[in-house]
Ligand binder design. Sequence first.
Ligand code: ATP
Ligand code: MG
Length: 203
Amino acid sequence: MGTGKIGIMGGTFDPIHYGHLVTAEAAREKFCLDKVVFVPSGNPPHKKDKPISPGMDRANMTVLAIANNPYFEVSDIELKREGCTYTVDTLKGFIKIYDEDVQFYFITGADAVMEIFTWKDVSTILKLCRIVSAYRPGSDINKFKSMVDELERVYRSNIHMIEVPALAISSTEIRRRVREGITIKYLLPEKVEDYILKKGLYR
Ligand code: ATP
Ligand code: MG
């Protein structure tokens, strides 16, 4: 299925917000990606002890959020998988779907890269894709840069850093606001906000 460059944006997306969307769009433009595929996580190993919304709700919100960007799509590859889902398996799944010469760009926030050594099969992940990492406020830029240096030294990996407009938005903050009855307007697409209110999520 086609050649070229494909971005993969993995996340819990509980809920998806403008931080995710701005980052994906910035990566798409900077690396001339053919498209960015959003992959709502199944049962993320690092979030095992925190309750998360049903995969169906997270997928529905993601579909609503990307509707007006022709370069964005959603994949249910992780939601369909039983048990814990790992990035390395997701990448292998995508490689099976697409041509061999497709170059994958895994898009993450800096906070996720800081934890990369805890991911399953880091060295394989770094062989299968390039990492695009967006810096967001709140994470320590110097610590982040030394982490990238170390990954390049240890794995000869290709990690690109991109600057995204200062978006200190997180799903945690949005869930907290809903719980406390504070407005979430302008932090995420209106259709996602409507979905959260209609379904009574995060109360
Ligand atoms: P939570 O607060 O529940 O951890 P989150 O806002 O971090 O949620 P995730 O679904 O965990 O969202 O993140 C998916 C990916 O998006 C991760 O790689 C994360 O680093 C990145 N990301 C999240 N928020 C932002 C943001 N505001 N700017 C850039 N990247 C972000
Ligand atoms: Mg997070």
